[in-house]
Ligand binder design. Structure first.
Ligand code: ADP
Ligand code: MG
Ligand code: ZN
Length: 477
């Protein structure tokens, strides 16, 4: 039997507001546990929440970015559950009426095709604190309690782990481009839960889903989904689907590459949602709509502009615009007037491979955009060959030195001076008289041999185009 994979993703994005969702405590890093707290986020009796306008505006910007409906009126609810890092005994979240509903996000496949993934909703809520377990003690740190989160819920439209990763990467890029979150996955400001089920191909109904938590990298998400799909298919094939696949929350163990049952899944009724009596419904003033609708250029628009303006291939444009930093790096390179095609190659192939090797991101690249552009300029003005430029780049990755100094230091300046090349040619031809005879009597493929000899004599520094030209002249062809 053939199966279809059904995935819906819930992503929690930490909004980068200065202060918390319902109080004026800073959201910035605190050097001490429980430093960034006040009666409201500590849940002292009588302390009242006040909605953070910036968080509302940032949620609205997201709504515009995914062509969603932005609800002028939305409601904050209490989601009741008990956990030590949740001092109120409930989390303030949104339930029946979220601030953002019914959006779409487009994912692009490598072959150029596209697919729309529905965004069910995006709602505002507050984060919990952190429990820290140390030896025999468990401590509670409430610095993070009350930090604004935007929870973005997708429709179950995703059909494979690859699509899930494409969706998440696009979503990640969008919130970064909007500047509403730093979306740092390692630090937990972009967290994903994956809901996974399978069904016989052709079946329309939704089968039992499990929710996988603890996914803090794109690679883990892909691995966890793949493992889970495999587990569910096996259970089906072994006739134990009903027993083994139950609605539950599972944790991904990244060391073993497996998912493990954590707890039974709560139904929403378990949370006893009700409108928070401390907060009036949110009625967004018209001025907020005017203020937020002009969102910055998004990855898809930037991609189209790059294709149009710089004439680069759609695949390259998608690659470059998938991260805001890479796109900025690319445009900075182009400011030096180099060809876009060369900029693409040196950024996405050469620099990118070297950064991968040292496990470094583009933001922390030892070679910045100006320097890489300088290197490309030296290829374009024929000071060095493309091959030599790779050696220069290797050297620049490890040394804080200019491109021109490196070229001199490594002695890689290309020889394009006619008389220097001609004297090498004459030398080679004189040493290979017999071969010259053979060539002149018709053995044309010897031409490559002569080119090779001259290049060798120049230690690879002769301009190959010039060598070809001058050799032809000398050999009289
Ligand atoms: P909860 O908040 O309890 O997790 P939701 O109804 O908000 O439940 O759904 C959460 C996510 O689960 C959504 O992204 C939705 O698309 C997805 N989902 C719902 N049913 C299924 C299913 N059968 N298989 C896969 N994903 C599903
Ligand atoms: Mg959920
Ligand atoms: Zn506070």
């Amino acid at each position: 039997m053939e199966f279809e994979v059904v995935i819906g993703l819930e992503v929690h994005v930490q909004l980068n507001t200065k202060t918390k969702m319902f109080c004026s405590c800073p959201t910035s890093f605190a050097e001490r546990q429980n430093k960034n707290t006040c009666p409201t986020c500590l849940a002292l009796p009588g302390a009242l929440p006040v909605i953070n306008e910036e968080a509302v505006k940032k949620a609205m910007m997201f709504g515009y970015a995914v062509n969603a409906q932005i609800n002028k009126k939305s409601i904050f609810n209490r989601k009741n559950y008990f956990y030590p890092d949740l001092p109120k005994g409930y989390q303030i979240s949104q339930f029946e009426i979220p601030i953002v509903e019914k959006g779409t996000l487009v994912i692009d496949f490598e072959d150029g095709s596209k697919k729309e993934i529905g965004i069910t909703r995006a709602h505002l809520e507050e984060d919990a604190g952190k429990n820290i377990h140390e030896g025999n003690y468990s401590k509670v740190d409430l610095n993070r309690a009350g930090t604004p989160l935007l929870e973005i819920v997708s429709e179950p439209d995703i059909r494979s782990s690859e699509e899930a990763v494409l969706y998440l990467k696009k979503l990640h890029a969008i919130v970064r481009y909007l500047g509403i979150s730093d979306a740092n996955m390692q630090e937990g400001s972009f967290r994903c839960d994956a809901n996974v089920s399978i069904r016989p191909k052709g079946d329309e109904k939704l089968y039992t889903r499990v929710e996988i938590k603890n996914l803090n990298s794109f690679r883990f998400i892909q691995k966890a989904i793949e493992y889970e799909v495999e587990r569910q298919i096996e259970a089906w094939e072994d006739g134990v689907y009903e027993e083994e696949v139950v609605q539950e929350t599972r944790l991904f163990d990244s060391n073993k590459g497996i998912t493990k049952s954590m707890r039974g899944k709560e139904e929403s009724a378990d949370y006893r949602y009700f409108p928070d009596p401390d907060l009036l419904p949110v009625i967004i003033p018209d001025s907020f709509f005017d203020e937020t609708k002009n969102i910055p250029e998004l990855p898809d628009q930037k991609k189209e502009r790059f294709i149009e303006e710089y004439g680069i291939r759609p695949y390259d444009a998608a690659l470059i615009t998938s991260s805001m930093e890479t796109a900025q790096f690319f445009e900075e390179m182009l400011r030096h007037g180099i060809s876009a095609k060369n900029a693409v190659t040196w950024l996405t192939v050469e620099l990118s491979a070297r950064l991968n090797k040292i496990g470094q991101s583009i933001e922390k690249s030892p070679v910045n955009a100006d320097k890489l552009a300088q290197l490309v300029m030296r290829i374009e003005d024929k000071t060095i060959s493309g091959k030599a430029a790779k050696d220069v780049l290797d050297y620049l990755m490890e040394n804080d030195i200019s491109v021109d100094e490196t070229i001199e230091k490594l002695g890689l300046r290309q020889i394009s001076d006619d008389s220097a090349i001609l004297s090498m040619i004459d030398d080679i031809l004189a040493k290979n008289e017999a071969k010259v005879e053979e060539y002149r009597s018709g053995k044309e493929k010897l031409f490559g041999f002569f080119v090779g000899q001259v290049m060798k004599a120049s230690k690879g520094k002769a301009d190959p185009k010039k060598v070809n030209e001058l050799l032809k002249k000398r050999l009289g062809t």
